[in-house]
Design a binder for this molecule. Structure first.
Ligand code: PLP
Length: 436
């Protein structure tokens, strides 16, 4: 690992000026940097600066940048064909990938899988499937949930700024369950969480929408953009029971929490629940755009021919990459590795919380860990200070990002070496101390 980075000005600055002229400001950028190349958990910018990467392309790189097996699989497929469109001429890797996910994703068998491009697209399609299968219009999502930026996905997303403000009208028939008691910092016993979850469901069914009209509930087992809050297991169980009782499809959005990140291949396995439908994207194909909806066959088969799909969904290069990812996950035992990484990260975070006034709550599931930055005087969330931590880490050679403004989140590749992990945590600790 190179010594702490002295950011050189040069090509990054030139490209920033061109970016400002050519690209709208709306897509946010974590760092004022342009990538030159990346391998494993390291990235080099166009000025030759080296960084440890704890962002993993926003959680798309659980197997690391350019894993050689992913690169080989894509190359091999490139030599055969890039794209036929599944709708026009089918190909075996798509079918085999569906078979593999059907066997791995813990929905009650038999299962079926179909592929899309982005997390948002897969979330939208999971709702289409729940609606056509149940014949019901309503869907329920959570305060602070995030499911993407397209029309229905944005309507499901439970945060106004910056995701929905000014972008209405929104899709109708979306109802919301509260952040607490399902998520949140308040330490509840299992009995309290279960009781409050029942009350929240009673309120939903009494004052907002009758359960017989609800097609599905979509939930992230660990809120991603919403601040890395794992769901309270007892509240989750109550929710899943209510779904079963009322014939509501339980949709588990594992776009960010899935693919080994939380210490099992899928977070719901840690939480002991079986979804009816699971939505996958991000790390599924090692950085190549691919998303999937895997669900119970009777739901997945409800739509008529032509009702679901898309030109690029399950593109051949993406399927090839995903096969390599599944092999790597199993052979390198990355879900177990996530648990070991998470233990190290949480030990360091707890230590920081003890010694730094600007560190509030720390929490996590597997390697999906969060460190809240707060105002030391008031304990209030402090996004400005969190921005300083991110910038300070970058100056010292670590790329890291926030969620929900003030929450530092870890999305490092699960292939990271102990040495790089340790070094990244030291850099982060130094950046936190400097911002305290
Ligand atoms: N669902 C979750 C839980 C996510 O974290 C995201 C993206 O961060 C999405 C859906 C949307 O995915 P995409 O950005 O690929 O559309």
């Amino acid at each position: 690992m190179a010594p702490p980075v002295q950011e050189k000005v040069g090509r990054n600055q030139q490209l920033l000026s061109r970016r400002a002229e050519a690209v709208p400001r709306a897509p946010f950028n974590v760092a004022p940097l342009f990538a030159d190349r990346a391998r494993g958990s390291r990235l080099w910018d166009v000025d030759g600066n080296e960084y440890l990467d704890f962002t993993g392309g926003i959680g798309t790189l659980n197997v690391g940048h350019n894993h050689p097996r992913v690169v080989d699989a894509i190359r091999h497929q490139l030599d055969r064909f890039i794209h036929t469109s599944w709708h026009v001429v089918m190909y075996e890797p798509y079918v085999r990938l569906a078979e593999r996910l059907n066997a791995l994703v813990p929905v009650p068998p038999p299962a079926r899988t179909l592929f899309f491009n982005s997390g948002a697209e897969a979330c939208e399609n999971s709702i289409k499937i729940a609606r056509i299968a149940t014949g019901r219009p309503a869907v329920v999502a959570f305060e602070r949930g995030f499911h993407g930026r397209t029309q229905l996905a944005m309507s499901l997303t439970g945060k106004v700024h910056p995701y929905t403000a000014g972008f209405g009208p929104f899709a109708p028939e979306v109802y919301r369950l509260p952040f607490e008691p399902f998520f949140g910092r308040h330490q509840r016993t299992d009995a309290q969480a279960a009781e409050e979850a029942r009350e929240a469901l009673d309120r939903l069914f009494s004052y907002h929408v009758e359960p017989e009209s609800i097609a599905g509930v979509i939930m992230e087992p660990v809120l991603g953009e919403g601040g890395f809050y794992p769901v309270h297991q007892a509240a989750l169980k109550v929710l899943v029971e209510a779904c079963r009782e009322h014939g509501i499809v339980f949709i588990d959005d594992e776009v960010q929490a899935g693919f080994g990140r939380c210490g099992a291949l899928f977070a719901c396995q840690r939480l002991g629940v079986q979804p009816d439908i699971m939505v996958l994207a991000k790390s599924l194909a090692g950085g190549v755009p691919l998303s999937a909806v895997t669900g119970r066959a009777e739901l997945m088969d409800a739509a008529k021919v032509g009702g679901l799909g898309g030109t690029y969904g399950g593109n051949a290069l993406a399927c090839a990459a995903a096969h390599a990812v599944l092999d790597i996950m199993a052979e390198e035992r990355l879900p177990e590795r996530a648990e070991a990484i998470g233990a190290k990260v949480m030990a360091r975070f707890r230590d920081l919380a003890k010694h730094q006034g600007c560190v509030g709550d720390v929490r996590g599931l597997g390697a999906m860990c969060a460190l809240e930055i707060v105002d030391p005087a008031t304990g209030a969330p402090d996004p400005g200070r969190a921005g300083k931590v991110v910038a300070g880490a970058r100056e010292r050679g670590l790329l890291i990002m926030t969620a929900s403004g003030n929450v530092i989140r870890t999305l490092m590749p699960l292939t990271i070496s102990d040495e790089d992990l340790q070094r990244g945590l030291e850099i982060l600790a130094a950046a936190v101390a400097a911002a305290d």
